[in-house]
Design a protein around this ligand. Structure first.
Ligand SMILES: [Mn+2]
Length: 419
């Protein structure tokens, strides 16, 4: 039983007014070839297929073209689940027609847990795996909101709702599971599990505030042999559990992911669920993204190196997209001009030149000059700001923190409700 796990494609992403169409096209071709060479039986895409609820037509046609080509390969079943960026209605619209091609879509939960249970069969019609296809769980899906509820109460109820949902689906899966012929049970999820590492491109606010701080992976039922997660764009295990994994996004979706290795995961089960082997398959880098940081001299030096490694003008991706952050103390009036001049005529494309402000300016606290605001969650910044106030009564501090959370939760709620 060979499984491929990927997530967070974000088809249709508009990246600083650039399309990622060509990169996504190359990735999907690579994925099709990988399905064939590794004799994949089951493909799982754990949410954020599209970047927005209303993807551009080219992204939709890219998606359908991929599915139609994939259904003609050795892959027996494709499972697609919705992420926080996806529209449930948009993913679900072609459900029935895709079902006839053994492509199972779960855009959102429906109240019927059966819809999240997918049986994968081998060539002789025998069950070879059970997938618990759990999509991104929206607050309103799993929790009845109560008037006057505090942030803490809301968060606790949400965590309990997620836990209860996974337990319900696991119990359903076990009903159809034959102890004498134990097949692997695989679950999916699109959430932020405790132990995960968050970076800029992952919409820190979506993850931390408003919905849920973190979901403790220890609460995921033990019935699952493997948990295919999406949401975080960096590949990692969740909470140190080897079988609970984020595949990460196949292309870097922001400069904070620039230059990091991208992958999909290959999971191989043998003798039912007896043995499992997980392998990371590196996705080739298509469009090069680089983030250059430091004082002005070192930035200019790095740009020189990048120029010498530049792509061949005839290649599919001849340019390198660069974001530059210059330490504010070395910033000169002609900094931008000098940078632009240094890359003139090269294949380096400068997307942004930022002046790095120290967090100390915001917090009145001495910090490392490499410390960047983007590396902190809003609440961490707030904590530092409070610390800068000096002595404070614990109850006052708590009240301020709760008020801060309520405000960010409100902002987050508004953001989530945008189309
Ligand atoms: Mn995502």
């Amino acid at each position: 039983m060979n499984i491929l796990h990927t997530s967070d494609w974000h088809l249709g992403q508009n990246f600083m007014f650039r399309e990622r169409k060509k990169e996504h096209g190359h990735f999907l071709d690579w994925l099709l070839a990988t399905i064939e060479t590794r004799a994949i039986d089951l493909l799982i895409v754990s949410g954020d297929i599209f970047d927005t609820a209303t993807p551009p037509n080219y992204a939709l046609s890219m998606y359908y073209r991929f599915l139609s080509r994939a259904s003609a390969t050795c892959c027996r079943k494709i499972v697609i689940t919705g992420g926080n960026h996806d529209s449930v209605a948009c993913l679900n619209a072609p459900r029935e027609i895709l079902e006839t091609m053994d492509i199972h879509v779960v855009g959102g939960i429906t109240g019927d847990p059966e819809e999240e249970i997918i049986t994968v069969r081998d060539g002789s019609g025998q069950t070879s795996a059970i997938v618990c296809a759990v999509p991104f769980l929206r607050d309103r899906d799993i929790r009845r909101s109560l008037p006057g509820e505090s942030y803490e109460e809301k968060n606790k109820a949400l965590a309990q709702g997620i836990k209860a949902h996974y337990e319900e689906i696991a119990a359903k899966a076990l009903e159809g599971w034959d102890r004498s012929r134990p097949v692997p049970i695989i679950a999916t999820g699109h959430l932020f599990a405790a132990g995960g590492e968050v970076k800029e491109g992952e919409h820190i606010r979506d993850i931390h505030v408003g919905s849920l701080d973190k979901f403790n992976v220890a609460q995921i039922p033990v019935a699952f042999d493997y948990v295919a997660l999406g949401h975080l764009h960096r590949a990692q295990t969740a909470g140190g559990l080897d079988h609970v994994r984020y595949s990460g996004s196949p292309i870097p979706l922001s400069f904070s992911e620039a230059g990091s290795k991208k992958q999909v995961l290959s999971i191989t089960f043998a003798q039912g669920n007896e043995t499992m082997e997980i392998q990371s398959l590196e996705v080739p880098e298509f469009q090069r993204l680089r983030a250059v940081k430091g004082d002005l001299d070192s930035v200019l030096e790095t740009l020189g190196t990048l120029k010498s490694e530049a792509g061949d003008p005839g290649a599919d991706f001849p340019t390198t997209w660069v974001e530059i952050s210059v330490d504010s103390e070395t910033w000169q009036p002609d900094t931008e001009e000098r940078i632009n001049l240094s890359v003139e005529g090269s294949t380096l494309e400068i997307f942004a030149i930022k002046r790095l402000k120290k967090l100390a300016i915001l917090c009145g606290e001495e910090m490392d000059s490499t410390t960047e605001l983007a590396h902190f969650t809003p609440e961490e910044v707030f904590e530092r700001r409070l610390a800068a106030e000096g002595e404070m009564a614990p109850d006052v501090k708590e009240e301020l923190t709760l008020a801060f959370r309520e405000i960010t939760a409100m902002i987050d709620q508004e953001n989530q409700e945008l189309p």
